[in-house]
Design a protein around this ligand. Structure first.
Ligand code: GLA
Length: 743
């Protein structure tokens, strides 16, 4: 098929799918293509040689067309003019890592992309999509760059598709979703590193010449050690309320790679996407390969605005049920672990309902008969109710919860299997494995091979049968407690073993698609040992995530602070657990634990009968107050006031309703401060001309002299609140309500 024929076919295909795409550019145009949001411009230019050049990404330009006259100041390296391509491919002039490496049918390892055409469509009054069609100068190899602009949220998402019509297969070796060249004086990269029970630890570093890589090759539970998200501060260290900051994330629940290569011209070459690690992908003619989406935002107003952009975008366009408020949950794990029967759970539910809990979630341990799940050694894979523990089944428990005004949720870990299980006895071939290699256990379990459609069906049918048998299950906690080892599949052909990593994640998404299309109403939590599946690809199917198995409030403050730099508080499941804490053995006041948990989606993770009556009263009152303020916490704008990563020893934040009529302010003392050394909490984002009533919640002792008084927004933002929170584990929560306009 000739080039022009092929393009026609492509246009027809896109015409069938989205009829409203209109050509964006013709030969007579200036050659400028601009993708815009309310405050950001991303601009490309088509060169005389028909290459696509990336000219600009940053604060919105009044007239992007003006860039047509831009002459690059860089000295030419070759006889061609120096330029930064929009999407770099291997093999010709480019000196840093390319976004694309394709091996063509004749063995040619290079690709030379030229501009063909561009289309744009308005999906609605806020979202538009630009597609730039590129093609190899010689081969019938087509690359489409997709940019989706979310105007109000200042977010641009980007992904790429490849397709070819070469005589035989093309091998894709490197396939990033985005290449972003950034030019500034210095670059400070904030990224998130962690480990089990200590996920999402914020690290900021000044980038030096060479390449900094943040990646995962774990395949599953990919985000336990590093998260596919970052903040890049230009010209200086990251500041909360000012400075140029790019925020980005890879929306992919598999191996990811983000590389930041600072070259000799002090240009930072950023590559974002799937990790090419051991993942050569064979693409037959006529088939399309999609890279995952990369989410980008930018602000001149520091990290704070970047987070708010990402949160607003996630609530509206990413997260499941992003418009709803989340219920207060009690999860049985730390309260009962594997030791329960009907009576224990009934007691827990009765007590939980009494203090105002709205959703009871039964965690691990409810299944397996031949190999009962009484510890983590056995039973995974056998998703039948354990008859000894739960005589009347899950239906009885769900009805019991409903009768007490609560909804009911259940834990599952359907991608996994214990060798001690009926499932493993029946289907050893379903396990991820390599020929002639010993199987490695992790938490006594193995991973099911989601590249195999039979396994996908098994997982879908497992979830479907549970939800059909117990229609009043309203919530699933979806766990995944190991990563990939022994990467390999009995299902994939020997020559296609390198497809394993990508096909696993695609298989997982297919299962989620099927579950979500049948059960759109159900709430699903992404768990993965805590923090292991925290990415925008996964959140597309989830309502929330469990940030960490570490419920120690002091640890959670740091984890959640960093988490909420990227991901929104509404999705951050944050539970009050018992004291001493089961992970750290630290003793903390109940108030401190509640105050911390109230910064996200409040829940409990304890045995409620162990609370004494004073604690029960406190818990009931805190839960009732949370219900009054949760709309603001879950849907408001987050403003950070004090960072727990700074040396001053406080952490503070506030959430503000979009109409500025209501705010919730939190302050925590993380260490002992000298007598009289009190935080001055200067609030942000309020209406300076309005007056606000300040009420302290979860009070033990009053910590603010101005409790129940009125202050102007101006006063609260400039003078601030001096609050008596200075000893380790002291904290305060305030609700501000608009009481009127001051002229
Ligand atoms: C993982 C989860 C916990 C709990 C246990 C159950 O560790 O992170 O919250 O569900 O599994 O085995």
């Amino acid at each position: 098929m000739s080039i022009s024929c092929k393009r026609l076919v492509l246009s027809l295909i896109s015409g069938l799918i989205m009829t409203s795409f209109t050509p964006l550019i013709s030969a007579a145009d200036t050659g400028i293509i601009s993708v815009e949001t309310a405050h950001v411009s991303l601009v490309f230019r088509i060169t005389a040689e028909k290459q696509l050049e990336q000219l600009y990404f940053g604060e919105k330009l009044i007239d992007a067309e003006e860039l047509v006259q831009l002459k690059k100041k860089h000295k030419p390296d070759t006889d061609r003019q120096y330029m930064l391509e929009a999407y770099t491919a291997s093999g010709n002039r480019f000196v840093s890592q390319p976004a694309l490496i394709a091996h063509h049918h004749d063995g040619n390892m290079s690709t030379e992309l030229v501009f063909v055409s561009a289309d744009q469509v308005m999906h609605d009054d806020n979202v538009s999509e630009t597609i730039i069609h590129l093609k190899d100068r010689f081969y019938d190899f087509f690359v489409d760059l997709h940019f989706k602009s979310y105007y109000k949220e200042d977010v641009i998402s980007q992904w790429v598709t490849y397709m070819h019509d070469e005589p035989t297969d093309v091998d894709l070796v490197q396939f990033y979703s985005a290449y972003l060249p950034v030019h500034s004086t210095q670059y400070y990269l904030t990224h998130f590193h962690g480990f089990w029970a200590g996920e999402m630890q914020l690290t900021e570093e000044k980038l030096q010449p060479g390449t900094k890589v943040v990646e995962s090759i774990k395949g599953v539970r990919t985000t336990q050690s590093d998260n596919p998200s970052f903040l890049l501060s230009l010209d200086g260290e990251l500041k909360e309320d000012h400075g140029e900051v790019i925020g980005g994330a890879v929306a992919w629940t598999g191996n990811f790679r983000m590389s930041f290569e600072l070259d000799y011209q002090n240009i930072l070459n950023v590559l974002l996407g799937m990790n090419p690690y051991n993942s050569r992908y064979t693409l037959p003619a006529g088939k399309t390969f999609h890279t995952p989406e990369v989410i980008l935002t930018y602000s001149i107003r520091g990290a704070g605005q970047v987070s708010r952009n990402l949160h607003a975008w996630a609530r509206k366009y990413n997260l499941y049920h992003g418009d709803d408020v989340r219920p207060v949950v009690l999860n049985s794990w730390e309260g009962a672990y594997f030791s329960f029967d009907e009576a224990v759970l009934e007691q827990m539910m009765t007590d939980a309902a009494e203090i105002g809990v709205e959703m009871f979630v039964l965690d691990d341990g409810w299944f397996g008969n031949k190999y009962p799940r009484n510890n983590d050694n056995a039973g995974l894979g056998d998703w039948q109710v354990n008859r000894e523990k739960l005589l009347r089944g899950i239906n009885h428990l769900a009805d019991f919860a409903n009768a007490r005004g609560m909804q009911f949720g259940l834990w599952i870990e359907p991608e996994m299997v214990n060798p001690k299980s009926e499932l493993f006895e029946q289907h050893p071939e379903w396990v991820v494995q390599q020929p002639n290699r010993e199987l490695y256990l992790w938490r006594n379990q193995l991973l099911l091979d989601l590249t195999n459609p039979a396994v996908q069906d098994f997982i879908y049918n497992t979830v479907d049968s549970i939800l059909t048998a117990v229609p009043n299950i309203a919530y699933l906690k979806w766990d995944a407690n190991r990563h990939v080892e022994n990467a390999g599949s009995t299902y994939l052909d020997p020559q296609k073993q390198t497809h394993f990593w990508i096909e696993y994640t695609k298989g997982l998404y297919d299962v989620y698609e099927r579950i979500r299309s049948k059960y759109p109403g159900i709430l699903i939590q992404a768990c993965a040992s805590g923090g292991g599946r925290l990415d925008f690809g996964s959140l597309k199917y989830h309502d929330e995530f469990w940030p960490s198995d570490n419920t120690d409030p002091l640890k959670r403050i740091r984890i959640q602070y960093a988490t909420n730099l990227i991901y929104p508080p509404i999705a951050t499941a944050s539970h009050v657990s018992t004291s001493p804490n089961h992970q750290t053995n630290q003793v903390t006041p109940l108030k401190f634990r509640f105050d911390v948990a109230m910064t996200g989606r409040l829940g409990l993770e304890l045995q409620p009968k162990d609370l004494d009556s004073e604690e029960k009263t406190f818990a009931a009152s805190a839960i009732s107050d949370y219900k009054k303020i949760r709309e603001t916490i879950q849907h408001g704008d987050l403003h950070r006031l004090y960072s727990p990563y700074d040396e001053h020893g406080w952490s503070g934040q506030m959430c503000l309703s979009p109409d500025q009529s209501e705010a919730v302010v939190f302050i925590f003392s993380l260490t002992h401060h000298n007598r009289g050394d009190l935080p001055v909490i200067k609030l942000k984002g309020l209406d300076p001309g309005a007056s606000y009533n300040v009420t302290e919640l979860n009070k033990n002792n009053e910590s603010f002299w101005g409790n129940n008084r009125e202050f102007t927004g101006d006063y609260l933002m400039k003078t601030g609140m001096n609050v008596n929170v200075s000893n380790r584990y002291e904290s305060a929560v305030f609700r501000l309500t608009l009481s009127g306009k001051v002229k």
